[in-house]
Design a binder for this molecule. Structure first.
Ligand SMILES: Cc1ncc(COP(=O)(O)O)c(C=O)c1O
Length: 419
């Protein structure tokens, strides 16, 4: 393959040096089962550039100590790294202040934080939360748990056969008892990009708070929480080329200020006595215990890395790659694409007639091709499409057309064997 891939997709031709970018990700250079690795499971977790991996090692070799509480040099270094990462996140998503950037383990924990803190203190029996049929289980189950406790009612926005949500149905579900609306920015199972600007504006017009699950959007598009005008935005580091164990809940300061802490312990308090405890200021009020310091620093370095890429070239390249993958996979005999929304990123989800998704996954793995098979933590989506599972190839900017060609060829062979 030539070092410089010229993307000639529907969009304007843009030069994007994918081979150069690939060299930044050491894991991609290996062989798996005797074949070059084709890593097409980025929606589950992305890979990390060398800069991120090195930063974690350097941190542990040179700077590790606990944050915030120490006067000694290492503690100060660790604190600077950790708080420096918070400022990088603030700039990355254009939050107004670092008080609005809460470090959590990932999207799941961010959503649970909102449910347990905002939900518990604001929702009464019969109040409603509106969410969509496209949600990942992480944005369903926390609300169901709260509903079981508090009598909260969940209202679900339906999807159509393309995997797009019905905005009119959404609007009709917004009522006087709606206390929060929440939706994925991008569906992990289908790749659908939801029209969140419109969904947020409709909620805002009724003074209903909004929580966006940004887990699948954050590696593919520029997020500006002020422009979006959402109240909460959640994402995970490991989906955006940073380590596992770190994620972010962005929250509008006025809301966070009024919310009670959801976990108690060190760092989230100012004073503790048996006659009463006072809580720390934002964002620490929501960060009980020793945080994932190295991973936060890694997240900051991933943000630095992404900041050096030309995002108009990256977006055009990814768009071309997705169009190519959709065409190639869709043309394999017996394949049915699941999720064909007008606006999509990254994901080609499909089933093959006569072949179970798990068998497909195993066959592909034998050729060094990593895809995910299963319900993708989105069982209501599978239920809608009446399939138990799909195979899902999910792309990042370091994937190539050659990898897609290998995927399509392997699928063709699988079809011949099984059909
Ligand atoms: C849309 C969406 N929401 C939430 C999550 C949960 O993310 P995490 O497991 O990093 O907490 C995922 C993970 O796949 C996801 O795709």
């Amino acid at each position: 393959m030539s070092a410089q891939v010229i993307d000639t997709s529907e969009k304007s031709a843009v030069a994007f040096d994918v081979e150069r970018v690939r060299r930044d990700f050491p894991i991609l250079a290996q062989r798996v089962n005797g074949r070059p690795l084709a890593y097409l499971d980025n929606s589950a977790s992305s890979q990390q550039p060398r800069a991120v991996i090195d930063a974690i090692g350097t941190y542990y070799r040179e700077s590790h100590a606990n944050v915030h509480r120490g006067v000694h040099t290492l503690s100060q270094r660790a604190t600077e790294g950790f708080e420096g990462a918070r400022e990088k996140v603030r700039r990355f998503i254009n939050a107004r202040s670092t008080r609005e950037v809460i470090f959590v383990r990932g999207t799941t924990e961010a959503i649970n934080l909102v449910a347990q803190s905002y939900g518990r203190s604001n929702f009464r029996r019969g109040d409603e939360v509106v969410l969509t049929q496209l949600e990942h289980h992480a944005n369903i189950v926390p609300w169901q748990m709260l509903a079981a406790e508090s009598g909260l009612v969940l209202k679900v926005v339906p999807i159509d056969e393309r995997g797009m949500i019905d905005v009119a149905a959404y609007e009709s579900l917004l009522g006087p008892r709606t206390k929060l609306v929440t939706f994925a920015h991008v569906s992990n199972a289908l790749g659908t990009v939801l029209p969140i600007e419109r969904l947020i504006a409709l909620a805002r017009a009724r003074a209903i708070p909004t929580l966006v699950d940004g887990a699948q959007a954050i590696p593919h598009m520029k997020i500006d929480v002020q422009a979006l005008d959402c109240d909460f935005y959640a994402f995970s580091g490991h989906k955006m080329f940073a380590p596992t164990g770190i994620g972010v809940l962005y929250g509008r300061e006025a809301l966070l200020e009024a919310m009670p802490p959801w976990q108690g312990g060190g760092d989230m308090i100012l004073t503790v006595s048996f006659s009463g405890t006072t809580y720390n200021a934002l964002p620490y009020k929501f960060e009980a215990g020793t945080p994932s310091i190295a991973d936060a620093i890694g997240l900051g370095v991933a943000i630095d890395y992404l900041g050096k890429l030309d995002w108009s070239a990256v977006s055009a390249y990814e768009e071309g790659l997705l169009a190519y993958a959709t065409r190639r996979v869709g043309a394999v005999p017996g394949v049915r694409l699941i999720g064909t929304a007008e606006r999509k990123v990254s994901v080609v989800s499909f089933v093959m007639e006569g072949v179970h998704a798990h068998d497909l996954g195993t066959i592909l793995d034998a050729e060094g091709i990593a895809v995910r098979t299963g319900h993708h933590c989105a069982m209501p989506v599978m239920e809608f499409f009446k399939v138990p599972a799909t195979a899902r190839a999910s792309l990042a900017f370091y994937n190539t057309r050659e990898e897609i060609d290998r995927l399509a060829a392997a699928l063709g062979r699988a079809r011949e064997v099984f059909a």
